[in-house]
Design a protein around this ligand. Structure first.
Ligand SMILES: [Zn+2]
Length: 261
């Protein structure tokens, strides 16, 4: 039976069993098998794979594997494939969706999407799929995607910011965390009748989501988000991922109201 060796580099090893990480893995196969198919059969979804080397030369995931091939797979580069970044989030990632929206990123999310619905959205709309389900990432309709390693939403946010080089593109608190629609500044007088007495007394700047009607102002949630943004900026500092741009943003949004009703 023909066989080839597959060598996964860097974070692609996250998808392999521990005893296969960091080494050339022999793979026996029958018939015509693409590099993509064999890489996925070992556990690595195609959107996670970047450069492909076959016998030392640049290759392609669609290449047909031949007997004796030495295949080296690099992880996808830490860049965003298009601008502005647009995401589609799998079920159970509601907190991550909310965090990303607070940083200004367009995120489609519902807690009841089926895998088929997610695939159909990606067919019609160019978005990056974020999920913890590597099988979903292996679907043909998924061109861009990332498998979240952590189950913690703050760590997930850091992963996404690093993976897609988002730090320099953060525009905090411009988008409704509840429904994804861009927010608009609104006069206090226009929302006065919906405010609690203390909010009415102590706050003067308000933003409104024209889609879901939510009102936002500076408050305790704002303090929480400030800490989250500072945490991200601090964590990204050694990586030089546009940290300074991001830090500027954390200073600039200090006038933004951030409680909601
Ligand atoms: Zn909204």
């Amino acid at each position: 039976m023909p066989s080839a060796t597959f060598h996964f580099l860097d974070r692609l090893n996250d998808f392999l069993p521990r005893d296969l990480r960091g080494q050339a893995i022999p793979v026996a196969f029958r018939g015509r098998q693409s590099v993509k198919h064999l890489a996925e059969s070992l556990g690595a979804p195609h959107p996670e794979i970047g450069r492909v080397e076959i016998n030392g030369a640049d290759g392609d995931l669609s290449a047909i594997t031949r007997d004796g091939d030495r295949v080296t797979l690099h992880p996808a580069p830490d860049t965003c494939p298009f601008d502005p970044p647009r995401f589609l989030l799998d079920c159970h990632l509601g907190r991550l969706a909310s965090h990303l929206r607070m940083l200004g990123f367009d995120c489609l999310y519902r807690n009841d999407y089926t895998d088929d619905e997610l695939a159909a959205i990606l067919e019609a709309d160019e978005r990056i799929l974020l999920t913890r389900d590597r099988r979903l990432l292996m679907r043909k309709s998924v061109r861009y995607g990332y498998c979240l390693r952590s189950v913690n939403s703050r760590q997930q946010l850091l992963e996404v910011v690093r993976r897609f080089d988002l730090a320099g593109r953060v525009t905090p608190f411009q988008r409704c965390p509840r429904c994804n629609h861009p927010l608009e500044a609104v006069e206090k007088s226009a929302v006065m009748d919906r405010l609690e007495p203390l909010t009415r007394k102590y706050f003067d700047e308000f933003h409104l989501c024209p889609a879901c009607g939510q009102i936002y102002w500076k408050g305790s949630h704002y303090e929480q988000m400030t800490r989250l943004l500072e945490e991200i900026a601090g964590n990204l500092k050694p990586f030089e991922h546009g940290f300074y741009g991001m830090h500027g943003e954390t200073r600039n949004f200090c006038n933004f109201p951030w409680n909601s009703v």
